[in-house]
Design a protein around this ligand. Structure first.
Ligand SMILES: [Fe+2]
Ligand SMILES: [Fe+2]
Length: 308
C-alpha cells in the first residue's frame, strides 16, 4: 500500500481506541433491561380499532393525532444518530454507544407503533396537511445548539424532554380506552422510563462536570425548543396561530373524547407546567438556569409572579 493511501485512512474520523471496558455500571444495567424488555409493534393486534364503531370524523382526528405522534417519535431518531456518531468518534465506552443504539431503535419502534395505530384508525399521514405544521417538525432536526455543547450536555437536553413527554404520555395512556392503543402506550412508556432513567444518570454523573457555558446553553436550548416547536402543536397547541390552533385542538379533543390515547388540549398545559416544576427542581442542585416559559408558567416578572 502506498504511504499516501495510509495518510488518507488516518484523515478519516478515528474510532480507536474502541473501548470495551465498562465504565458506567448503571448505564449497562439499562442496556440489559432494554434487551430483556424488547417488543415488536408489528405483533400488536390493532383489529379492535378497525372493528370499532367510530364516526368518520373521529377516525380522521385519531389518525391525525397518531400521525403527529409518529412524526414526533421519528424526530428523535436523527438526534440519536448524531449522538451515536459523537459517541463512536469520542471513544465512549461500549455501554454508552449501546444505550444510544437502543434509544434510536426504541424511538423508531414508537414511531412504528404510532403509524400502525393511525393506519388502523384511518390513514397515516406521511406529511402534515397544514403548511404551518410542515415547518415545525423539521426544527427537531436542527442540531446547531447541540453541536455547540459537550457530548453529555447535548445528551442532557433530550433527557429533560424525555421527562416532559413521559408525563404527557402517562395522561394519554390513561385516556386510551382501546386495548391496542393502551398496550402500545404501556410499552412506549416502559421504554421512556428507561430514557428518563438515563437522564437521571447523566445528571448525577455528568452535570457536576459541565461548564457554566454548557449549563447556560442547556437551559436556553431547552426553553427555546419547548417554546419554539413543542408548544406549537406537538406537546400542546398553545403557541399555534389562532386558526391552526382551533383546528388542531379540535382534532385532539375529538381523539381524547373517544379514548384514542390523546390529551385534551385544555389539560396539556397543566401537565406541562407540573412537569416543568419537577424538571426545575431536578436541575436546581446543578445550577442549570432554565429561562421562564410564560406560556406555561404565566408571566414571570418577579419572584412573586413565579410563586403565583
Ligand atoms: Fe419515544
Ligand atoms: Fe424517548
Amino acid at each position: 500500500m502506498e504511504a499516501s493511501m495510509l495518510e488518507e485512512v488516518v484523515q478519516n474520523p478515528n474510532p480507536y481506541p474502541i473501548v470495551a471496558e465498562m465504565a458506567y455500571d448503571d448505564i449497562w444495567k439499562l442496556c440489559e433491561q432494554a434487551r430483556d424488555l424488547a417488543w415488536d409493534p408489528a405483533k400488536l393486534d390493532f383489529s379492535d380499532l378497525q372493528k370499532a364503531d367510530l364516526p368518520e370524523e373521529v377516525r380522521k382526528a385519531g389518525a391525525e393525532w397518531w400521525s403527529l405522534r409518529a412524526w414526533m417519535e421519528h424526530g428523535a431518531t436523527p438526534y440519536g444518530a448524531e449522538r451515536l456518531r459523537d459517541a463512536i468518534f469520542g471513544h465512549q465506552p461500549f455501554e454508552v454507544k449501546q444505550h444510544v443504539v437502543n434509544f434510536i431503535a426504541e424511538e423508531l419502534r414508537h414511531h412504528e407503533a404510532s403509524f400502525r395505530i393511525a393506519n388502523a384508525l384511518a390513514k397515516y399521514q406521511a406529511s402534515p396537511q397544514s403548511d404551518y405544521f410542515m415547518k415545525i417538525i423539521p426544527k427537531f432536526h436542527d442540531e446547531k445548539e447541540e453541536k455547540q455543547m459537550s457530548f453529555f450536555a447535548g445528551l442532557a437536553v433530550n433527557t429533560l424532554f424525555e421527562q416532559l413527554s413521559g408525563e404527557l404520555l402517562q395522561a394519554r395512556y390513561e385516556n386510551a380506552r382501546y386495548e391496542s392503543i393502551r398496550e402500545a402506550c404501556r410499552l412506549i412508556l416502559r421504554d421512556e422510563a428507561r430514557h428518563i432513567q438515563f437522564g437521571r444518570i447523566v445528571m448525577r454523573r455528568f452535570f457536576g462536570t459541565l461548564s457554566d457555558f454548557d449549563k447556560e446553553q442547556l437551559g436556553k436550548k431547552f426553553a427555546k425548543k419547548l417554546r419554539g416547536s413543542l408548544l406549537n402543536g406537538v406537546y400542546a397547541v398553545v403557541n399555534l396561530p389562532a386558526d391552526e390552533r382551533k383546528r388542531s385542538a379540535r382534532a385532539r379533543q375529538l381523539a381524547a373524547e373517544h379514548g384514542l390515547g390523546a390529551t385534551h388540549p385544555d389539560h396539556e398545559v397543566a401537565i406541562i407546567a407540573d412537569a416543568l416544576k419537577k424538571i426545575r427542581a431536578d436541575v436546581a442542585p446543578y445550577n442549570v438556569p432554565i429561562p421562564p416559559i410564560p406560556e406555561v408558567e404565566g408571566p414571570a416578572t418577579g419572584p412573586s409572579a413565579k410563586a403565583a
